[in-house]
Write a protein that binds this ligand. Structure first.
Ligand SMILES: [Zn+2]
Length: 454
């Protein structure tokens, strides 16, 4: 793409409009995607399972229990830090919990294992988070002694986080990426609550959280479906934060399907499918599954864009179960029930999204749709992003995205190098959004315009 002439680029864009299957991959991201390894993921999951149980209240011993598993994970991050030229740092963010009358009944040492890949652009304060939960459980959520392998729930998400850190820490990104194995998910999203509150208190410019929980197995016994070509991304359509104060605006403009988390889910689908072959990212228009919770929710409720990534066909005999065979069914969350090529694709999908976001400029500012006159065309204007134009990175231009009001995904993409565009399509009949684009073609998250005057 870099050496293409402008007319060549325009031709590509016009072809892209006609054939939605046109794929333009940033070769640097494609290389990283190719580095994600099913063998390393298997090794990470097997190591996590070797600690017997990773229950949040398991005893701290050198070889068994959550404390040992946390130290092992920290060791992996510290090892990757050595290859990062000082950009990656690792630590355990720890705190102590008192019994809470719910799922914590003893004084408990908590700890989120975090690796921070510092962005190289000092003018870019954006943070992107990717998480899995390191703790595991059996049938009784308070049982801290029984073997709880937690291979898929959530060894899969934790292994993905470790693998992403391994691959991504080798190269610089302008914005910061944080890889985190959170604790206490099964005891009530405790580690994620702690981290989300910290992000809020410390005013992180957190633009996305990808929460990976149960994403490495492809078979559902009750529906007899085996499918390793689809993965779900759950997202909330309304903002989970200040919903009441934003409600009038949402009602007036029909924005109930365009909250920040929903936008992130659309972006995840588009970019994930662009880079990973034989993987469809299926958007589910709800925050989570029935009867279940997830670590993205504490972020959603504090106003951060956050989604949950989960396999297509869950096997409930392999989650939260005492290890046993009953009526001919083997219960338990074992490594042998996993599909590591599927986990590789799902991890690579995360990588593509994180890398594309971290290389992109920040979002365009003050995006406005002209709403002063009755016309059948649409004029949009905006200001350049805060981050993305500096000594060694440049903003190439902008995409204006468009879709019919009843359509789930963006349908058309218009490219411009200006900070405004008029299109012969009525603002009454379509939704629009604007993304900033880097020289390598990496797009920011889209911004929905506010009605206003130029
Ligand atoms: Zn889980």
């Amino acid at each position: 793409m870099k050496n293409c002439t402008l007319s060549g680029i325009l031709l590509l864009f016009s072809l892209a409009l006609q054939a939605q299957t046109t794929v333009n991959r940033d070769p640097a991201i494609a290389q990283l995607v190719a580095d994600v390894s099913a063998d390393s993921l298997r090794s990470h999951v097997t190591n996590l399972v070797s600690f017997g149980t990773r229950h949040t209240m398991s005893s701290a011993t050198p070889k068994r229990g959550l404390s040992a598993a946390r130290q092992w994970t920290l060791g992996k991050f510290q090892h990757y830090a050595k290859q990062s030229g000082g950009r990656l740092t690792a630590q355990i963010d720890s705190w102590t919990l008192q019994p809470d009358g719910r799922r914590i009944d003893a004084v408990t040492q908590m700890g989120n294992v975090m690796a921070t890949l510092k962005g190289t652009d000092p003018n870019d304060d954006r943070i992107f988070l990717v998480s899995g939960h390191i703790d595991s459980r059996v049938s009784d959520v308070m049982n801290r002694t029984a073997d709880a392998p937690g291979a898929n729930d959530d060894g899969s998400g934790t292994a993905a986080v470790i693998e992403l850190c391994r691959v991504m820490s080798k190269v610089p990104f302008p914005a910061t990426i944080i890889f985190v194995a959170v604790c206490g998910e099964e005891q009530g999203l405790l580690g994620a609550n702690h981290l989300a509150q910290r992000a809020k208190d410390e005013k992180w410019n957190l633009e996305a959280l990808l929460n990976n929980d149960i994403m490495g197995s492809n078979h559902s016994p009750d529906t007899h479906i085996t499918d390793n070509t689809r993965v779900r991304v759950f997202s909330e359509g309304l903002p989970g934060y200040q919903t009441d104060s934003l409600a009038a605006n949402i009602r007036q403009y029909g924005l109930e399907n365009d909250g920040k988390s929903r936008q992130l889910a659309r972006y995840t689908k588009e970019v994930g499918e662009r880079y990973v072959d034989q993987l469809e990212v299926v958007m589910v228009y709800r925050n989570d599954r029935f009867l279940r919770g997830g670590d993205h929710t504490p972020f959603v409720t504090r106003g951060f864009p956050a989604v949950r990534i989960t396999e297509m066909n869950e096997n409930f005999a392999h989650q939260h179960q005492d290890l046993r065979t009953q009526d001919g069914v083997e219960y338990g969350d074992y490594v042998k029930f996993m599909d590591f090529d599927y986990l590789r694709k799902n991890t690579a999908m995360n990588l593509a999204v994180l890398a594309n976001l971290a290389k992109a400029p920040s979002m365009p500012q003050n995006v406005t749709v002209e709403a002063r006159s009755l016309t059948n065309s649409t004029s949009l204007f905006w200001q350049a992003p805060k981050a993305g134009n500096s000594a060694n990175r440049k903003i190439k231009g902008y995409y204006v995205l468009m879709r019919e009001t009843h359509w789930p995904f963006w349908q058309k993409k218009f490219y411009t190098e200006k900070v405004g565009l008029t299109l012969p399509y009525s603002k009454d009949n379509y939704f629009f959004a604007v993304q900033a684009v880097s020289e390598d073609g990496n797009e920011s998250l889209p911004v929905i315009p506010r009605p206003g005057l130029r």
